[in-house]
Ligand binder design. Structure first.
Ligand code: GLY
Ligand code: MN
Ligand code: MN
Length: 443
């Protein structure tokens, strides 16, 4: 990405703003325990608008009737701290990189904001990120307000959600973003294929998880885009199972939900396959129903269509499947009316995907209507069926089966492109992939 690309994004944000000042924080280091921090991961909105990957920064966009300015607060260069903690961009380099009107040391934030805030009608902040920054700004504005009789310019009188404006910008992905996600998918494909090949009775969720992490980190990838889910047997029925530490048993399935992150962009892929390499009859019957529902949902992926209608399509196929499996009784219409499949399919069909695995894009438009799919929009399609072992109301052969199949779909001018189409998904493809040698996917 060129710095002009980030400048264009800021320009589009300016266009959405009225007279006001937007304050967008980077992430900060989060303490793990004494003297150790969690790995740093940049705030997605800050990254989207600057490309900068450092903690302790704040981007300021100032829009007044007659001028627009960009300011950046950032850590200054410091030889001693950089010797301990790594290089910093510093004030000059970051100013040139993003074309800011001025950069300031982050330690001067409160002092400088007393000068920058007055004269703007609105203060744009993110309503659910960096609560510390929000509180700090409230205090600075309050203090300025108390002093206002002595000043001519007023501090902002209204607070608006900058998050909502950036969400709208991030909805349609540009060619760079799409290319990045396609590159990340190469490692995701290798990891899922290697996992299918290595998995066998006697192996553990932990070993498979380690292999996936290795593949996600050894090349350009930055590791996983979210906590991997490596769930053998009944663990697949815990939707966000992340312990990944149990033995893998003969005759059971392994559900893996794992996606590589590249340049902070996520992939989000789930495959479910037999631990011993061959589906049982009952496993195959459930798998085919989930697969049919996923294909029906993907075939709904066209410009001008929307996610709630896609979800209805998924539920229809799954509900008919549940009737065929004798899990549900009664007619299809009765069951659809009552939403009975929700017990076995308790989540949505998908979500937006991009810099965040659950990308911050709007689900409703300004009329509260579902957002329409348009070229450049990327989302997941991830139906599942979950039959907990403990549920004695289920036919016995289904208990302990949990299956989800998840692909990442790009809407194009003429329909869609499945970005994860290369990852085995048909029963035959999966059984063949389970026969391979995992070392074939390590290069
Ligand atoms: N991996 C999280 C999700 O599928 O939404
Ligand atoms: Mn997902
Ligand atoms: Mn997922």
């Amino acid at each position: 990405m060129q710095s002009t690309d980030f400048a264009q994004r800021r320009e589009r944000l300016f266009d959405k703003m009225e007279n006001g000042i937007a304050v967008i924080g980077s992430n900060i280091f989060m303490q793990r325990s004494n003297d150790t921090d969690f790995p740093f991961r940049q705030n997605s909105n800050f990254r989207y608008l600057t490309g900068i990957n450092e903690p302790d920064c704040v981007l300021i966009l100032s829009k007044k009737a007659d001028e627009q300015k960009v300011f950046l607060f950032i850590r200054p260069n410091n030889e001693l701290e950089e010797m301990w903690m790594g290089k910093r961009m510093g004030l000059e380099k970051s100013k040139d990189l993003i074309g800011a009107d001025k950069t300031f040391p982050i330690s001067d934030f409160n002092k400088e904001m007393e000068d920058l805030l007055p004269g703007h009608k609105n203060l744009y902040v993110h309503f659910h990120e960096r609560a510390d920054l929000f509180t700090n700004l409230q205090k600075i504005c309050g203090d300025l307000f108390n002093k206002k009789r002595k000043n001519t310019a007023q501090p902002p009188q209204a607070i608006l959600n900058v998050g909502q404006l950036i969400e709208e910008l991030r909805y349609v992905k540009d060619q760079n973003e799409i290319l990045t996600m396609k590159k990340a998918m190469v490692a995701t494909n290798n990891a899922h294929r290697a996992a299918m090949a290595l998995t066998a009775p006697g192996r553990s969720e932990k070993e498979i998880n380690a292999l996936i992490e290795y593949i996600f980190t050894k090349g350009d990838g930055q590791g996983n885009a979210y906590d991997n889910i490596v769930a053998g047997g009944n663990n697949a029925n815990i939707l966000h199972y992340i312990e990944n530490n149990q033995a893998l048993n003969d005759g059971e399935l392994l559900l893996i939900d794992a996606g590589c992150q590249l340049n902070n962009y996520a992939t989000d892929i789930t495959r479910t396959f037999p631990i011993n390499g061959k589906f049982t009859g009952a496993q195959k019957a459930v798998y085919e129903i989930v697969l049919d529902s996923q294909k029906a949902a993907i075939s709904h992926s066209w410009p001008d269509r929307n996610a709630p209608d896609m979800h209805k399509t998924t539920c229809k196929v799954l509900t008919q499947g549940l009737i065929d499996l004798k899990v549900l009784s009664g007619s299809l219409d009765e069951n659809l009316e009552k939403g009975t499949c929700r017990k076995y399919f308790p989540h949505g069909t998908g979500h937006w995907l991009g810099l965040d695995v659950h990308d911050q894009n709007p689900y409703l438009d300004s009329n509260d209507e579902p957002m329409k799919f348009e070229p450049g929009v990327i989302f997941t399609v991830e139906p599942g069926l979950y039959f907990p072992k403990e549920d004695a109301t289920l036919p016995e052969e289904l208990r302990g089966i949990g299956i989800r199949i998840e692909d990442n779909i790009l809407i194009t001018e003429t329909g869609h492109e499945n970005l994860s189409a290369m990852i085995p998904k048909e029963v035959k493809e999966i059984e063949e992939a389970c026969e391979k040698d995992y070392r074939d996917f390590l290069d």
